[in-house]
Design a protein around this ligand. Structure first.
Ligand SMILES: Nc1ncnc2c1ncn2[C@@H]1O[C@H](COP(=O)(O)OP(=O)(O)OP(=O)(O)O)[C@@H](O)[C@H]1O
Length: 95
């Protein structure tokens, strides 16, 4: 009864409800269908990023997040392959 509603699938992730929104992204709850692990799927709004000339900063942030492993910093698991026509997905540990 309390299972989250699955609306779509991104690779191995079953995507559910929106859990937050930032300046350049929408964050959705998702679940790894292979392991059952809950994750936060961050969907970057590429048009907004390009409009505000933030592409380099976002790339730098992604590179930094890949390196950081700290108890107080949310862990970046995976980044979808960059493609001009598709949204960019970032998969984080669900906090
Ligand atoms: N890993 C996560 N687990 C759970 N909720 C998350 C996670 N990452 C983000 N969220 C939720 O999504 C919201 C938006 O996150 P996002 O990273 O896009 O923006 P932000 O960093 O909060 O804001 P801004 O981009 O404007 O500086 C957060 O405020 C939080 O509520």
């Amino acid at each position: 009864m309390n299972q989250p509603k699955i609306k779509r699938r991104v690779g191995k992730y079953e995507v559910g409800r929106t859990i937050g929104e930032g300046t350049f992204a929408k964050v959705k709850f998702a679940r790894n269908s292979e392991t059952g692990e809950p994750v936060a799927l961050k969907i970057l709004d590429k048009e907004k990023v390009l409009k505000h000339k933030m592409a380099e900063q976002i790339k730098w942030e992604i590179a930094t997040m890949k390196l950081v492993k700290h108890l107080n910093v949310v862990r970046l698991h995976e980044v979808s392959l960059y493609c001009e026509t598709k949204p960019l997905f970032l998969i984080f540990l669900f906090w």
